[in-house]
Ligand binder design. Sequence first.
Ligand code: 4NP
Length: 158
Amino acid sequence: MNTSTPSVLFVCLGNICRSPLAEAALRVEAARAGLAVEADSAGTGDWHVGSPPDPRAQATAKRHGIDISGYRGRQVTAEDFHRFTHIFALDGENLKGLRRIRPSDGTAHLGLLMDLIPGREGSGVTDPYFGEDAGFEVTWDDVSGAARAIVTMLQDAR
Ligand code: 4NP
């Protein structure tokens, strides 16, 4: 499996703010680097299954050159641990939730997204949902930095 195209799943709580932006940022950075990678996102919660990303997340992605209006929320499943090579949690609570549903024979590498950024290890990407619009730019900066680190990691692994 690991000799095929890498596949990365980002997981937050609602799958309408942080993880869709992380998915989008990886698509942007991978395209920039000419790297083939599959990207997807999901939530540990089920409130927004079938919903498009938050309008503020859509606007942020658009400002950075990617249209995420067609993304739809879905809930993460145990099967995802067999479908993806890498699963990244956007914060520690979601990492705990992922550890609870991870099957013992799951093959995906599971990690905390910000662990990829020197100096940010152990931290979460702040949820911008209940905050000001500007919080979504902070989210974009965080997930873009992590996406660049993922691209470098995947390139080094080839
Ligand atoms: P996300 O943000 O986890 O970054 O998608 C949230 C969006 C909605 C809710 C929580 C977090 N909610 O409780 O509805």
